[in-house]
Design a protein around this ligand. Structure first.
Ligand code: HEM
Length: 385
């Protein structure tokens, strides 16, 4: 049993008190937390360097587990500028609106969980029916995220020709979203092809757990995709950035308040969402909503997680100690998050002769009426180099 201490208007155990105090100190830490995005040209301090090197080592170990057809160096000769085109562009995008980082990270997750990381979520509906985008969990994906991916695709294809898939661009953009909002840097395996079909609305619903899920439901749903409890807790840490709409969490406020929710937090949420189906939004991580750090886990320790699926990770005995370990140790969270992301980014990928490389991420090539002119355009700009 932890010693109970009084903090303000509530009791917390000694460990939580330490974390809350530490959090307040962290908040005083001036520039590193205030900076919206990280400047790549900026020299990293020793601590930063060690962190990145450490993560690179883990990534190398993970290399042995790459699925067939993916590699760390896939575009090194066909599009050596790929990573810098994406990173430089996103740095500008996030300088204007850091919220777009969250949109891109979630887009990759929704791509990978439904039919694998094949860019199928990017496809508009077609004559064969509504696309994945029409499924309820995808209605709150940011419209701008789709535009950013297509803009990156255009920039990359202009330089290199139509050699890089939309699924790979989405994976790189998600990686950069994490890094440029203050999180770890890591390599992503590349070589995905774009899918020819999208999933049905029912398949989409079946593969994306709702925010009302408890930990048992999450562990079962993610075990089916080969994720263990540590992966589940680490991936949920994606909620350290971004926003949620009222209907995603008002099940915890109305008609009765979830007893596991901090009372002041609940009252604040009720002010944001006066009715259950309000269209308002609030931040997922109240401590540092735009920074990719471990504060999401500190929120959970303080019963300030937004969704049932978040807070129950701290209530459930199978995941509680993992939550605590990430709340105490950000480096550990980063390590486990990178491992889980690399795993997620390889779910049911299409490689080699499977699939295609779309000329427009929203439309499969066979439906792309202007494909021949796009290809001509690409050839023209390619030969200019
Ligand atoms: C494990 C089960 C998960 C559930 C139940 C879940 C659920 C949700 C829900 C309901 C929202 C808010 C939607 C809205 O109301 O607008 C959301 C937002 C978000 N999720 Fe998840 N999520 C899960 C996993 C993940 C994973 C694995 C990642 C990435 C690694 C992720 C990253 C995000 C981000 C960044 C946002 C904010 C998006 C934005 O601001 O546009 N989530 N999630």
């Amino acid at each position: 049993m932890h010693e109970l201490l009084r903090r303000g208007d509530k009791y917390v155990d000694a460990e939580e008190a330490y974390l809350i105090t530490k959090d307040m100190k962290d908040r005083k830490e001036p520039e590193s937390n205030k900076r919206k995005t990280r400047d790549e040209s900026e020299p990293l301090d020793n601590k930063g360097k060690q962190k990145i090197n450490h993560l690179r080592q883990i990534t190398d170990e993970e290399a042995q587990q790459l699925v067939n057809g993916l590699s760390w160096s896939f575009y090194d000769s066909s599009c050596p500028q790929l990573k810098s085109i994406v990173r430089n562009r996103l740095q500008n995008v996030f300088q204007d609106d850091i919220g777009q980082a969250a949109g891109l990270l979630r887009l990759h997750f929704h791509d990978c969980f439904v039919q694998g990381c094949d860019g199928s979520v990017l496809l508009d509906g077609s004559a064969s029916g509504p696309g994945e985008q029409a499924a309820p969990p995808n209605l709150s994906l940011r419209a701008q995220a789709f535009r950013i991916i297509n803009d990156l695709r255009r920039r990359v294809h202009e330089r290199c020709g139509r050699v890089v898939s939309c699924a790979d661009i989405t994976a790189i953009a998600a990686r950069d979203a994490v890094f440029l909002s203050g999180g770890p840097d890591f390599d992503v395996p590349l070589g995905r092809k774009d899918g020819l079909n999208f999933a049905t609305i029912n398949e989409t619903l079946a593969n994306l757990p709702p925010p009302t899920s408890n930990t048992s439901a999450l562990l079962t749903a993610l075990a089916a995709k080969n994720f263990d409890a540590t992966d589940v807790v680490a991936l949920s840490g994606g909620h350290t950035i971004g926003l949620g709409h009222c209907p995603s969490f008002t099940n915890r406020l109305y008609p009765t308040q979830d007893p596991t929710m901090d009372k002041t937090f609940a009252n604040n949420l009720k002010a944001v969402c006066p009715v259950a189906n309000s269209t308002n939004t609030t931040v997922l991580d109240i401590r540092s909503p735009n920074t990719f750090d471990n504060k999401y886990y500190v929120d959970l320790l303080n019963r300030q997680g937004l969704f049932t699926s978040d807070q129950d990770l701290y209530t459930d005995g199978r995941t509680r100690s993992i939550v605590t370990s990430f709340a105490i140790n950000q480096t550990l969270f980063y390590e486990k998050f990178v491992i889980a992301m690399i795993k997620m980014s390889q779910l049911s990928v299409l490689t080699g002769t499977q699939g295609e490389i779309r000329a427009n991420c929203s439309v499969r090539n066979s439906d792309n009426l202007s494909l021949s002119s796009i290809v001509e355009e690409e050839k023209g700009s390619w030969s200019a180099f």
